[in-house]
Design a protein around this ligand. Structure first.
Ligand code: HEC
Length: 268
């Protein structure tokens, strides 16, 4: 290997590593379960980015399915303009949610339709109610979930599609006493396998406004991409910076190599 290629490889590895950190990790599996599914995300790789049509479909899945249990803290309706909704569409979307407000002049709290400036409405009034409705577990905030779990997007995608009606053999082999507590569902990817969230995605539970076929896989792909964007809206800027850095390092490597040859040309 010549010095040039060696230097270039080192530069690319350095840039590649810093780009990879924080993106979806390629973590193999959670515990004894099968390997995480690793779909071909639009946002993977040096030139990856978000697909706005997909993010809007993902919002349709969140608001049509996940919203009834999970909050999206830190996000506001106006943020939806960043994925291609017009200001009027955002107004309309916001107005379809009720948010608590008050007190009014009589000292009473009341609800009103949300505006684009409001944070995305919480599904439950408080954690106690959320817990009561979900077998003792509060459905977690989803806005940073893609960064909060090992495996990131691959994990969320696998989890959503990872339900089984019966406890599989590999679990019973590892633990003959394993039994699913009442109210829990079996999931291949959830740590411990007993999850308080029942399976959510079934073919055809919603209609996409762009006419895409709402298969379970498509909905999982779209909603997970949406959650990745919610957790890391600045990903595209970060990748652009990474590409410039890489280009800079390659040019610098070439210059230094030429310079070295110039200095040493008489020594050989
Ligand atoms: C009926 C209520 C309900 C709905 C609807 C729902 N979830 Fe959940 N979800 C839960 C509960 C409860 C938990 C906590 C599970 C536990 O800790 O056992 C959870 C946990 C999760 C987790 C975290 C798992 C972990 O590793 O801790 C993710 C990710 C998730 N849900 C995604 C979604 C997505 C995406 C949707 C929409 C497609 C959705 N959920 C719809 C109730 C729900």
């Amino acid at each position: 290997m010549s010095t040039l290629t060696r230097l270039a490889t080192a530069a690319m590895m350095a840039a590649g590593l810093s780009l990879g950190a924080g993106a979806t990790g390629a973590l193999a599996s959670s515990g004894d379960g099968p390997h995480l599914k690793q779909p071909n995300w639009s946002f993977n790789g040096l030139f990856g980015g978000y697909d706005e049509a997909q993010l809007r479909r993902g919002w349709e899945v969140y608001s049509g399915v996940c919203k009834s249990c999970h909050p999206l803290d830190y996000m506001h309706y106006r943020n939806l303009e960043q994925i291609g909704y017009t200001a009027d569409e955002v107004k309309e979307i916001a107005a379809s949610f009720d948010v608590p407000d008050g007190p009014d002049e009589w000292g009473e709290m009341y609800t009103r339709p949300a505006t684009p400036m409001d944070p995305i409405a919480h599904p439950y009034e408080n954690d106690a109610i959320a817990k009561l409705a979900n077998g003792g577990v509060v459905p977690p905030n989803l806005s940073v979930m893609a960064r909060a779990r090992d495996g990131g997007a691959d994990y969320i995608y696998s989890l959503l599609l990872g339900y089984a009606d019966e406890v599989p053999e590999y679990v019973l082999e590892a633990d003959p006493n394993f039994s699913l507590p009442p109210g829990k569902s079996f999931n291949h990817y959830f740590p411990g396998h007993a999850i308080s969230m029942p399976q959510q995605l079934f073919e055809g539970i919603l209609e996409y406004s762009d006419g895409s076929t709402p298969s379970a896989e498509q909905m999982a792909l779209d909603v997970t991409s949406f959650l990745q964007w919610a957790a890391e809206p600045e990903l595209e800027d970060r990748k652009a910076l990474g590409r410039y850095t890489l280009l800079f390092l390659i040019v610098l490597t070439g210059l230094l190599y030429a310079y070295k040859r110039e200095i040493w040309k008489d020594a050989h």
